[in-house]
Design a protein. Structure first.
Length: 168
């Protein structure tokens, strides 16, 4: 026979388990909103979500009442999830998004710091290249034009010869 205090402890433990399940669901919801998974990835994520939820529920049941299932266990999980959804979910989602924005900003800034020496090195290479290119561009185009002269002369000569013999 289980005493009333033990049953109250078990009910509170399952309520906490329901709150934890609600938190995991919010994490899942935020990450799905960020990554927009494909159909196959959604199936895999759903499977992993339910696997994690099952492990959490199993752990709560094992730790609170040695895995014995009673009606108030299910009631505790439902009450915990509903209370979490009504009072905490909105604040937790905002906090998760805030933390993810900070992490994203930190990673972006770290990337910029990491890439900076490479950009400086590229600039040291690119500046002389662009300077040389700017200085040699007119010569390049003049050379290209001069190299086309023989081809243009041959084409025009052929055209003039055709026209000359056509008129007579």
């Amino acid at each position: 026979m289980i005493s009333t205090t033990q049953e109250a402890y078990i009910l509170l433990a399952t309520i906490y388990g329901g709150i934890l399940i609600g938190f995991i669901y919010d994490l899942y919801k935020v990450f799905r909103g960020i990554f927009h998974p494909t159909r196959i990835a959604t199936v895999i994520q759903d499977f992993l979500f339910w696997l994690i939820i099952s492990v959490v529920a199993f752990y709560v049941l094992i730790m609170s009442n040695q895995g014995v299932l009673r009606f108030y266990n299910f009631l505790g999980f439902v009450i915990g999830a509903v209370v979490y959804n009504l009072f905490l979910s909105h604040h937790v989602i905002r906090a998760i998004r805030f933390v993810l924005r900070i992490i994203k900003k930190f990673l972006y800034d770290s990337y910029q710091i990491f890439i900076y020496p490479f950009r400086v090195g590229l600039c040291l290479i690119a500046v002389p290249y662009s300077y040389c290119k700017r200085r040699t561009k007119p010569v390049y185009y003049k050379t290209k034009r001069y190299l086309k002269i023989p081809k243009v002369m041959i084409t025009r000569t052929k055209k003039n010869i055709k026209n000359y013999f056509k008129k007579k």
